[in-house]
Design a protein around this ligand. Structure first.
Ligand code: BEZ
Ligand code: FE
Length: 285
C-alpha cells in the first residue's frame, strides 16, 4: 500500500476491512469510514484540530464510569440519540420514544396504583394518570410503568446524596383497565451536567445545557415492544430548545391547575394541584 493520496486512501481502508465477518458490521463500518474521510477532506482538518478531537475523546473516557457516561451525553447533545430513536420508532403510530438519559436505575421500588411519591420533596403536587393500551387496541393489564424524575433542585436521586434512595422514582403495574396513577411534584427544567467535555463543547457552540421539565418513563408489557420515552410540560420555557433534542409534539402536554378543595381531597393532596393525563400505546410484537 504505497503512494497513498487524499484521492485513494479511503478506498485503501475500505479494502482493508473487506474481510469483516458480520455483513451488517461491514456495511456500517464501510459507511462510517467513507463519511469520516469525506468530513476530514471537506473541512481540511488541521493537525491541531485532530489533536483537539482526540483530547475530547480521551477526556470523555476519563470522566465516564458506572454512574456517568459522557459518551452518551455527547451523543445526546449532538442529536444522535434522538435521531436513532426517530429512525427506529414505528411509522404506523404508537407512543413516540425519547431519550433514556443517564439517570435510569433498574429495579426501583414497586408501588400500588395511586401512590403518593412526594415524601419530603418540595414542589407543586401533581396527580398523573393514564391508560396503557396496545397500539390501536385494548387496554393492557399488568403493564409495568417505570417512572423517574428530578427533585425541585433539578437533580435525580442518584446524583444527589441528600435525597433518599428511590426518591421520585417507582414502578407500578396497570390494573385490568390498563390504568395507572401516581402523585408526584411538578417536574422542573434542569441542566445536563456541564463540568466535563460536553460542557466545554456546549460553551464553544454558544449553547445552554437546559432540558425542559419532563417525566421519564419505561413502559413494558408481555408481547409488546418496550417503550422508553419522556412526557414534557408544554408550557416550559425550554420546550423548543431542549439541549438533547428529546421533545416531540405528541409528548408535550398541558398541566391543568385544579383549585377545587373537593378534588384535592379526593386525591389526598393540598389545593391547588396539577392534574396530568397521558396514555401510552405500545406496539404489539
Ligand atoms: C435526562 O433527561 O435525564 C437526560 C437526558 C440526556 C442527557 C442528560 C440527561
Ligand atoms: Fe431527565
Amino acid at each position: 500500500m504505497k503512494n497513498l493520496t487524499e484521492g485513494n486512501i479511503t478506498e485503501a481502508v475500505i479494502k482493508a476491512i473487506e474481510g469483516t465477518r458480520e455483513p451488517r458490521a461491514k456495511e456500517v463500518m464501510s459507511s462510517l469510514i467513507r463519511h469520516l474521510h469525506a468530513f476530514v477532506k471537506e473541512v481540511q482538518l488541521t493537525q491541531d484540530e485532530w489533536e483537539a478531537a482526540i483530547e475530547y475523546l480521551y477526556d470523555t473516557g476519563q470522566i465516564s464510569g458506572p454512574t456517568r457516561n459522557e459518551f452518551v451525553l455527547t451523543s445526546d447533545t449532538l442529536g444522535i440519540s434522538s435521531l436513532v430513536d426517530i429512525i427506529n420508532s414505528n411509522p404506523d403510530g404508537g407512543t413516540e420514544a425519547s431519550v433514556l438519559g443517564p439517570f435510569y436505575i433498574e429495579g426501583s421500588k414497586m408501588v400500588e396504583i395511586g401512590t403518593n411519591l412526594i415524601g419530603d420533596s418540595e414542589g407543586e403536587p401533581t396527580v398523573v394518570s393514564g391508560i396503557v393500551r396496545t397500539f390501536g387496541g385494548d387496554p393492557i393489564e399488568g403493564a409495568v410503568i417505570d417512572l423517574w424524575q428530578t427533585a425541585a433542585n433539578g437533580l435525580y436521586e442518584n446524583q444527589d446524596p441528600d435525597q433518599p434512595e428511590n426518591n421520585l422514582r417507582c414502578r407500578m403495574l396497570t390494573d385490568k383497565d390498563g390504568y395507572y396513577q401516581f402523585t408526584t411534584i411538578k417536574p422542573v427544567s434542569y441542566k445536563v451536567p456541564t463540568d466535563g467535555p460536553v460542557g466545554r463543547m456546549l460553551d464553544l457552540q454558544g449553547r445552554h445545557a437546559w432540558r425542559p421539565s419532563h417525566l421519564h418513563y419505561k413502559v413494558s408489557a408481555d408481547g409488546h415492544r418496550n417503550l422508553i420515552t419522556e412526557v414534557f410540560y408544554e408550557g416550559d420555557e425550554y420546550i423548543d430548545e431542549d439541549s438533547v433534542f428529546g421533545v416531540r409534539e405528541s409528548l408535550a402536554i398541558p398541566y391543568n391547575l385544579i383549585t377545587s378543595e373537593e378534588e384535592a381531597e379526593k386525591y389526598g393532596v393540598s389545593s391547588p394541584f396539577y392534574r396530568v393525563k397521558f396514555d401510552f400505546e405500545l406496539e404489539a410484537l
